[in-house]
Design a protein. Sequence first.
Length: 377
Amino acid sequence: MNRVLSAETVSPELEAGGILTVDLAALTANWQLLGRRSLPAEVAAVVKADAYGCGLEPVASALLRAGCKTFFVASIGEGRRLRSIAPEAAIYVLNGFPPGTGPAFAECRLQPVIGNMAEMVEWDAFRTSAGWPGEWAVHVDTGMNRLGLSVAEASALAPRLERQHHGITLVMSHLVAAEIADHPLNAQQIEAFREIRRLFRGVTASLANSSGIFLGPAAQFDLVRPGVALYGANPTPGANPMQPVVELKARVVQVRTIQRDQTVGYDATWTARRTSRIAVVGIGYADGYLRAASAADGVAGGEAVVAGQRCPIAGRISMDLLALDVTEIGSGVRRGDLVTLLGDGIGVDDLAAFGSTIAYEVLTSLGRRYHRVYRTG
Ligand SMILES: *Cc1c(COP(=O)(O)O)cnc(C)c1O
């Protein structure tokens, strides 16, 4: 028997280039904070795109334990996964009712968010032919011009509410620019939605996403639909009231010294201005660390926390690696150490800014090959 092969196994933390920790206690606290901000409205949870990259099952399980009863996903596949762990929850499918998918909605008791007349006609026909009183949401477009019935179409629908078994459990619309608190469209959409809601008396009404909640009570109606703020992104124009949820650490593959005027990385875009220490870290754009956060001469890129200090990225981010200028740390960083790319004061919004994008994209890009840790307390 080979002594080496029979040795104890290596921990997954040691094997992985990066370790992603999702703090489910912080996520729950964020959901509760949004609920308090929205009282007396119900607070749902948007868990599309694998719960914004954080993991649908662990995220939804934590929110179910906290008392969340209503969830929004984008697709049937996401709805099916959620239904298998949430037998009682209301699950709305935001992307509506694709042709021929009635049996999937019935099997998983999913509620389509109907966003145009063709969908509604097919949905009606399915409910009738299947003899199944499927419930559903009406999406009314108040300015996004993406999904939703026109206000006129929605008005024509309203008399259905007198019929029995109409199945409409939610009337909703979506804000175009809620994160820009003083954008004139906010007031226009709130006003338009107030009219629509009058037509759908007795049906739960929902307008606000994360940022919409912070527009105040006029935007909150009966149910709010936060997504990104649950995961720690800042839904406000000011200081972030949410707790950070995602932490990303990655391992130093090697540390090397380079001479002044040498370059680092592809295309030689970054030049050392002094004798420099470079820590090469084992994650890259294939892990969702945005390549747009690369650094070049005269252009700052992303930052990481190394031994308690902020250090800048040096050069282009590669597929599986990135380089940090750790000259200031001296001998304080060594092969095998962990550096922090998200956390220790670097939030998802900061990482997004490094790459000229938004926290939504940072979160939904989070890589598949990290070792994932779910912290519950
Ligand atoms: C994604 C989405 C939300 C959640 O938006 P956040 O900005 O992430 O809070 C709410 N409603 C609809 C229709 C969505 O598509």
